[in-house]
Design a protein around this ligand. Structure first.
Ligand code: PEP
Length: 249
């Protein structure tokens, strides 16, 4: 079974003062039995990485440009993020797919850039409400997996987060059976493409309104190897019980 992972995505939230939340998390989880990843805004990556030095928690970023360098004002390359202290980067989050019109092909280029820079690519996929209601969920997931992941993806350099778009930041979560269906489908699709040895090794995170109250039930689902947590990762008081649930389920 892959080692479980609790990942937090602070999105466009947080300034230096919020880094004290990392101290609280480290104090509550001095020797976690799962991997812990926190992705603050890029402005805080270096300070966050310095703050968690010596603790197993690692720090990630929330996006990168596919090119290694060049005339791309305002963008950051994967190598720059690695140099700043990141060990991972979230890619293809639905907010970027929607707000910045990111396609599967662009996400795939970014995943390759992250891998080339030595970062773990945390690739996000998920259907919209319209697609779910139209019965297209598994087809959309299959396309996103086929087109957003490069052939060089391995369990060591890539994590996949299934995040139904309609569940992100809404307080809505799919039924447990719906999460199970997608995660089983994902496992099979990854095994078909990358071989069962690799396919079984990829960490499959669920994301979308994970809270202390629903975490244990979600973590009890087969092929759910952890969570990508937005709102509830901002405060240690909320994120810590989710980590507890992942350790104990
Ligand atoms: C996310 O940002 O990836 C996310 C899942 O957000 P939330 O937990 O707030 O729904």
């Amino acid at each position: 079974m892959p080692r479980r992972l609790a990942a937090g995505n602070w999105k466009m939230n947080g300034t230096r003062g919020n880094l004290s939340e990392l101290d609280a998390l480290m104090a509550r989880h001095p020797a976690p039995s799962v991997d812990l990843l926190l992705c603050p805004p890029a402005t805080l990556v270096t300070q966050a990485a310095d703050r968690v030095a010596g603790h197993p928690m690692f720090i990630g970023a929330q996006d990168c440009h596919p090119a290694p360098s060049g005339a791309h004002t305002g963008d950051l390359s994967a190598a720059m993020l690695a140099d700043a202290g990141a060990g991972a980067v979230i890619l293809g989050h639905s907010e970027r797919r929607e707000n910045h019109h990111e396609t599967n092909a662009l996400v795939c280029d970014k995943v390759m850039a992250a891998q080339a820079a030595g970062l773990i690519a945390l690739a996000c996929i998920g259907e919209t409400l319209e697609q779910r209601e139209g019965g297209q969920t598994l087809q959309v997931i299959a396309e996103q997996i086929a087109q957003s992941l490069p052939d060089g993806a391995t369990p060591e350099n890539t994590v996949i987060a299934y995040e139904p778009v309609w569940a992100i930041g809404t307080g809505l979560t799919p039924e447990i059976g719906q999460i199970a269906e997608v995660h089983d489908f994902l496992r099979q699709a990854l095994s078909d493409r990358f071989g069962s040895g690799n396919g079984n090794g990829f960490r499959l995170l669920y994301g979308g309104s994970v809270k202390p109250a629903n975490a244990a039930e979600i973590f009890g689902v087969d092929n759910v190897d952890g969570a990508l947590v937005g709102g509830a990762s901002l405060r240690a008081d909320d994120f810590s019980p989710i980590i507890d649930a992942l350790e104990n389920t």
